[in-house]
Design a protein around this ligand. Sequence first.
Ligand SMILES: [Zn+2]
Length: 364
Amino acid sequence: MKPKFSLLDIHVIDMDTIDISNLNRQFLFRQKDVGKPKATVAAEFIMNRVPGVKVTPYFGKIQDKGDDYYLQFHLIICGLDSVEARRWINATLVNLVDPENPESLKPLIDGGTEGFKGQARVILPTITSCYECSLDMLNKPTAFPICTIANTPRLPEHCIEWASVLEWPRVHGDKKMDTDDPEHIGWLYNTAAARAKEFKIEGVTWSLTQGVVKNIIPAIASTNAIIAASCCNEAFKIATSSAAYLNNYFMLIGTEGIYSYTFEHEKRNDCPVCGGEALDMTVNFDTTVEQLMEMLMDNQSIQIKKPSLSTPTRQLYLQGPPQVEEATRPNLEKKLSDLVPEDEEINVTSTTIPLRLTLRIHYA
Ligand SMILES: [Zn+2]
């Protein structure tokens, strides 16, 4: 089979500029590049290094580009740093698929890392499981119960949280904590270390203190390199048909030794992006529209930040435009069972991601 393209024509999108702290791991950048857009500098570096490759940079958001832009490529590789951005590109590429036009199906290769852990996956929009299908695999952001922090610390993190959440305001009153101020971090570190000693807990360090209070997971160059290599390998296989590509999820776990695992993540028929089937949901007769919205925001496999709800016959609550939001706002405190009959379907849309979820409501 002949290669799909003879000249390597790459477009790169990134909304960031280069910071001095990037230089330890982002090998395409040098000190002289600090302050410049990453996309532009990376494009120039690659064109100098690899003759015959054309790289076109765009300094901005992936959301700035529409369907026509994404339709011009053979495949898309993502190394995004947020769940929201991944959900957006995933839903955009699924919506792009036109069954009449095979060219509209754009394979998506997604890589991501978190400290010593990483993953790479190949998504064939509408065919294999998509990013939204696996949303429930994400870890919930860690939050420690305040009683554990206050009374029964077991982890170094508990001691650090105690220092920052309880001790800082007690000792410093209204003085705001600045997590970029080394003196403040130093105070937190010493306070947490003293508490850890009292409870015979090991592991409170300066960098963990900084990590907990700033909510940082360190970016590790070797993890990034392995995941980037895996993504490039998959792109090469898809572009050249030289070998079977990943089906469909590769995991790297480097926290204790090195372990990797490949499995086929299954498509969810009730996936709001690629599934098409309604999701059955059982609520109480007393559940209000607002409570249903909270359930949708909390649900690990849905996680829609600003849902708008409507049935085929009425608007339950729409986030916008302002007049419609105002007109539907009184519904928020009404009982769902007064507005939506049993078994009726509710369409849920999001303002940030192009998805459409159908709920079939049952009352208990
Ligand atoms: Zn899906």
